[in-house]
Design a protein around this ligand. Structure first.
Ligand code: ARG
Length: 460
C-alpha cells in the first residue's frame, strides 16, 4: 500500500528495509511539542490571511491540542510507516478532526517544518545550558567567597609553581564558564530566525505572513532566504561548538577534582552524595561523577564532528542526510545538561581541606619567585641575577632536604652576602599571595573584588 502522505505517484509501498532506514520517528518524537507549536502558529496565520477558514483553523487548533495531550500522556501510537513526527502528528490529526487536517500543510513543506521544530528545540537547549551554567557559576562564587584567603599551590606542568588562593582558582573557572554562557547567548541570538514559510526551498505562492508566525514562535524575524532557511544547520553546530568548549572546561575541572580528592593530594573531600564505593575495597570513595563528566564529554565532541561531517558536502537545499542532525544534538544536549548539573552538585557539596591545601602550598619551593622579587626590590639586583641567586638557594635547600624558609640566614648569606633577616618575611605563603595585588592577581582582596563584581553581574 502506497504512503498516504506522498504516495500519489507510487504503485507499491516501501520495502521493510527502506522503511527502517527512512524512519526517524524513533528519535524525532522528541520534537512533538515544537512540531505542534509550529503547526498551531502556521494554521492561525493561514486563517488570518484568509487562506483557510477560521472554522478550519479552530478545528486544527483543537485537534492539535488533543494530539499533544495524547503524546504527552503516552497513549499516542507512533508509526514507523509514517516516517517522522511531522507525518505522525498530521495523520493523527486527520483521524481526530477529519478533512480540515488536510489544509494544514498549505504553503508548507516538511523541510521548513523540521528546520523550525529543530531550531525551537535547540533554542530551548541553549536556554537550559545558560541556566545550568548560571547555577554552576553561583556554586563556584560561594566556594570562592568562603575560601578567598585559603592558600593552595598553583601549578604549571602540574609542578608546584607559586601559591595561589582557593578563591582565585575557583574564580578562574567562573571566567571560563561565563564565556561559555556568553557563547550560548550569542548562538541563541543568531539562531533566533524563523524558517517557517520557506516551504520546500523556494518560498510559496500563497500570501503567507511569515512575520506573524515568526512572532508567534518567539523568533526575532523570519529567515531572509528560503534556500538558506531549509538547508543550513549551523544553528545546531554553533550549539555543539559552544557545548564542546564548555564540555572541555568541565572536563578539565573534573580532572582536577579527581586529582584533588586522591589520598595523595587530599585537597578536597567530595560529598557522599556525589561519590560511589567499591564492591571489594571497603575504604574506597570514588569520584565517579567527575570521571563520568570527563568521559561523557567525548560524546559531545563526537556529535560536533559527526554533524559537521554530515553537512560538509551537501549541495543546497535539503537532502535527507540532514535527518541525521537530530540524534547527535539530542545526545550532546542531554549529556551536557547532566554534566553541568553533576558538576554543580559536586562543587556545592565539596569541602576543601584547608590545612592540607596550606601545607601543600608551601612545599616545592613555591615562594622562590617571592625571594627573587625581594632581591630585585630591596637589593636592586637585575631580575635575571636574582633568578640565578634564588636558584642556587633552592639547590642548597634541596641538598639539605628542607624548604626555603628553613634555610638559616648564614646559608643565605653564603650565596648572597647582602641578604638580611627581612627576607624571611616574603617566604611565607600568606605573604606571597597577599602581595599579588596586580589586577587579576591572586591576592584575597583582588579575589573578593572579583566575586562581588560577578555577583552583581549575575543579579543584573
Ligand atoms: N524527517 C525529516 C528530517 O528530519 C523531515 C524532512 C523531510 N523532508 C523531505 N523532503 N523528505 O529531516
Amino acid at each position: 500500500q502506497a504512503n498516504q502522505m506522498w504516495g500519489g505517484r507510487f504503485a507499491e509501498g516501501p520495502d521493510a528495509i527502506m522503511e527502517a532506514i527512512n524512519a526517524s520517528i524513533g528519535f524525532d518524537q522528541r520534537l512533538a511539542r515544537q512540531d505542534i507549536e509550529g503547526s498551531r502558529a502556521h494554521a492561525a496565520m493561514l486563517a488570518a490571511q484568509g487562506i483557510i477558514t477560521d472554522k478550519d483553523a479552530e478545528a486544527i487548533r483543537e485537534g492539535l491540542l488533543t494530539v499533544l495531550s495524547e503524546i504527552e500522556g503516552g497513549s499516542f501510537q507512533f508509526s514507523t510507516a509514517l516516517e517522522d513526527i511531522h507525518m505522525n502528528v498530521e495523520a493523527r490529526l486527520k483521524e481526530v478532526i477529519g478533512e480540515p487536517a488536510g489544509r494544514l500543510h498549505t504553503g508548507r513543506s516538511r523541510n521548513d517544518q523540521v528546520a523550525t521544530d529543530f531550531r525551537l528545540w535547540v533554542r530551548d537547549q541553549a536556554d537550559a545550558a545558560i541556566g545550568g551554567l548560571e547555577a554552576l557559576i553561583r556554586a563556584l562564587l560561594t566556594q570562592a567567597e568562603e575560601g578567598a584567603d585559603w592558600v593552595m599551590p598553583g601549578f604549571t606542568h602540574l609542578q608546584t609553581a607559586q601559591p595561589v588562593t582557593w578563591g582565585h582558582h575557583m574564580m578562574a573557572y567562573v571566567e571560563m564558564f561565563s564565556r561559555d554562557l556568553g557563547r550560548f547567548t550569542d548562538a541563541r541570538k543568531r539562531m533566533n530566525e524563523s524558517p517557517l514559510g520557506a516551504a520546500a526551498l523556494a518560498g510559496t505562492s500563497f500570501p503567507l505572513d511569515r512575520q506573524m508566525t515568526a512572532e508567534a514562535l518567539g523568533f526575532d524575524r523570519p529567515c531572509a532566504n528560503s534556500l538558506d532557511a531549509v538547508s543550513d544547520r549551523d544553528f545546531a553546530l554553533e550549539f555543539l561548538g559552544a557545548a564542546s568548549i564548555c564540555a572541555m572546561h568541565l572536563s578539565r575541572f573534573a580532572e582536577e577534582l579527581v586529582i584533588w580528592s586522591s589520598a595523595q593530594f587530599r585537597f578536597v573531600a567530595l560529598s557522599d552524595r556525589f561519590s560511589t564505593g567499591s564492591s571489594i575495597m571497603p575504604q574506597k570513595k570514588n569520584p565517579d561523577a567527575a570521571e563520568l563528566i570527563r568521559a561523557k564529554i567525548g560524546r559531545i565532541f563526537g556529535a560536533n564532528v559527526a554533524l559537521m561531517t554530515v553537512m560538509k558536502g551537501l549541495p543546497l537545499a535539503y537532502s535527507k542526510d540532514m535527518q541525521e542532525d537530530k540524534e547527535q544534538v539530542f545526545d550532546a544536549a542531554d549529556n551536557l545538561m547532566l554534566a553541568l548539573a553533576a558538576m554543580t552538585g559536586m562543587v556545592s557539596d565539596m569541602k576543601a581541606n584547608v590545612p592540607a591545601l596550606e601545607a601543600a602550598a608551601g612545599a616545592g619551593f613555591s615562594t622562590a619567585t617571592d625571594l627573587a622579587d625581594w632581591l630585585v626590590r630591596v637589593l636592586g639586583m637585575p631580575f635575571r641575577d636574582a633568578h640565578h641567586v634564588t636558584g642556587s638557594l633552592v639547590a642548597k635547600a634541596e641538598g639539605q632536604g628542607c624548604d626555603l624558609p628553613d634555610l638559616t640566614l648564614a646559608d643565605m648569606q653564603a650565596v648572597e652576602p647582602r641578604i638580611t633577616e627581612e627576607v624571611f618575611g616574603v617566604l611565607g605563603v600568606h605573604n606571597s599571595v597577599a602581595s599579588r595585588m596586580s589586577y587579576g592577581g591572586t591576592a584575597p582582596e583582588r579575589v573578593r573584588e572579583q566575586v562581588a563584581a560577578w555577583k552583581a553581574r549575575l543579579d543584573d
